[in-house]
Design a binder for this molecule. Structure first.
Ligand SMILES: [Fe+2]
Length: 493
């Protein structure tokens, strides 16, 4: 009997792996060697067009969005056109420019971009991408909203695992119709390689299909802004993986971070031959290493995005001064949000010893940050509004040792997000349930396993954070891929 049951179990696993196809095998056994080449996006593109905020951190009287796509390395004339109203006249977008990637094993391919400018803040528009005069691709998108224009964003982290969870969250994100999406790191597993983006990122978040088991045509209409996670920037051996560090090639976000010099401390240093390193630096242009940290405004909120991977020491005054200056300049914004991958306060047993980002807490409190969004931990957690005083060394700096920062916290347990909506302290959200394998399902409902700062803990389902923002009120909801609301709180001014 016992043998028969075991055989049946083995048969079920084998059939499951066969039905799951190549993707399942690759996921389970991490088969992603340099020789692996995924299919093209079709329609003449290696990567279909998607929209980005580009290097525009501040509001303008008019707004712009950047359209990016990848195509073969051919002498082809690409152009972008836009129109502001359906049926209106098309106007020329900015010139399409490109960088050519000829690196063995990655190229040949071209990374194209073109900017659509002169957009009214918050206005919907249609754009189309033409090749040799023929329109190949068309989508609508929305210009960034300005102060006084209510907006909605979705946040999640740890998505790009090619899983049902990721597809369901992509679908649910599109259903929420956000103005933009913030991804709190670990964009694509497991090495942040371009081929991983082509295999399990773009086909899901910019899918031609709109279905829970496929994904959604999200990126073509909705800017995604991202924070770098460990899986995005830790594989840096360009000899072993010449397509690593794709973060700096596929995203176009503001270039206003504190670190612009190649080789500077606190940046993700390159490994591999000098030639490979130089080829990458040339291709990435000013994005590397600067785009690992940045800040931008959207609607009534200011955002600051930090690279909190271990090579970045946020105890260094150079980094702290930049963060303080950025937040100090944003004190007139109704809301301040910060996103970085590794959460300072969480109750998971997984990664329990990683809490080095607590050294940032005092700065976040001093400049009245409202919510910090993190991932890394693959579940959802909300803290009580919190203030933290770390233990310090003789020079006054917070002491961080092997990932631990000891100190004392004060909690605002009166805040309930319903009738008491004015928090005293920073609310820390872990929203890392975006698609990768969930962490600590056994802690779900086990309050005794939580730290006292944890107000809500959901580890039995994938989920995303939906935030509605206007000048005086934030409504934050945590929603599962099926649309079930598992948390809700309101903050008012
Ligand atoms: Fe992570």
């Amino acid at each position: 009997m016992e043998v028969r049951r075991r055989r049946r179990l083995i048969a079920i696993v084998v059939v499951g792996l066969m039905l799951g196809g190549v993707g399942t095998w690759r996921y389970l056994f991490q088969i992603d060697g340099p020789g692996y080449r995924p299919k093209s996006a079709g329609g003449g593109f290696l990567v279909a067009p998607y929209v980005q905020l580009g290097d525009e951190p501040r509001f303008g009287t008019t707004e712009s969005l950047t359209i990016l796509w990848q195509a073969e390395d051919r002498a082809t004339e690409w152009s972008v056109e836009a129109r502001d109203a359906p049926g209106g006249a098309w106007r020329a977008g900015g010139k399409a420019t490109w960088r050519t990637d000829t690196r063995p094993g990655v190229g040949p391919r071209r990374y194209y971009r073109a900017t659509v400018a002169e957009l009214a803040p918050g206005a919907e528009f249609t754009y189309r991408v033409r090749r040799n005069g023929k329109a190949l691709f068309e989508s609508t998108a929305r210009a960034r909203k300005g102060p006084g224009q209510p907006h909605r964003f979705v946040a999640f982290g740890d998505g790009g695992a090619n899983s049902w969870g990721q597809m369901g969250i992509a679908y649910r994100t599109a259903l929420a119709r956000p103005d933009f999406v913030m991804v709190a790191g670990d964009l694509v597993y497991s090495k942040g390689r371009l081929f991983e983006y082509l295999d399990k990122f773009f086909p899901i978040y910019n899918s031609d299909q709109f279905a829970p088991g496929a994904g959604a045509p999200l990126l073509r209409s909705t800017p995604m802004l991202v924070a770098p996670g460990n899986h995005d920037l830790l594989e840096r051996n360009l000899d072993s993986y010449p397509d690593a560090l794709a973060y700096f090639l596929v995203w176009s976000m503001p270039l206003n971070g504190p670190l612009s010099q190649v080789g500077a401390s606190h940046t993700p240093a390159l490994f591999g031959t000098k030639a490979q390193q130089q080829a990458f630096v040339d291709l990435a242009g000013p994005a590397y290493p600067r785009m690992a940290n940045y800040a931008f405004d959207y609607g009534d909120a200011h955002w600051t995005i930090l690279d909190t991977n271990l090579y970045a020491d946020w105890n260094d005054p150079k980094l702290r001064d930049w963060l303080e200056a950025d937040l100090a300049a944003a004190q007139d914004a109704p809301w301040r949000f910060v996103a970085f991958h590794q959460p300072p306060f969480h109750s998971s047993i997984s990664h329990g010893d990683e809490q080095q980002t607590r050294i940032l807490a005092e700065i976040l409190e001093k400049y009245r940050v409202d919510i910090v969004f993190s991932g890394h931990i693959h579940n959802y957690q909300r803290s009580h509004p919190l203030r933290f005083v770390p233990e310090r060394d003789a020079s006054g700096r917070p002491i961080e040792k092997l990932g631990r920062v000891n100190g004392r916290w004060t909690l605002d347990t009166r805040f309930d997000g319903k009738s008491r909506t004015r928090p005293d302290g920073v609310i820390y959200l872990v929203t890392g349930a975006g698609g990768a394998r969930l962490y600590d399902a056994n802690q779900h409902g086990d309050d005794s396993s939580f730290q006292e700062f944890t107000a809500r803990f959901v580890s039995n389902t994938h989920s995303l954070t939906v935030v509605d923002v206007d000048a005086t009120k934030l409504t934050v909801r945590q929603v599962t891929a099926d649309g079930e609301e598992v948390d809700r709180f309101v903050i008012t001014r």
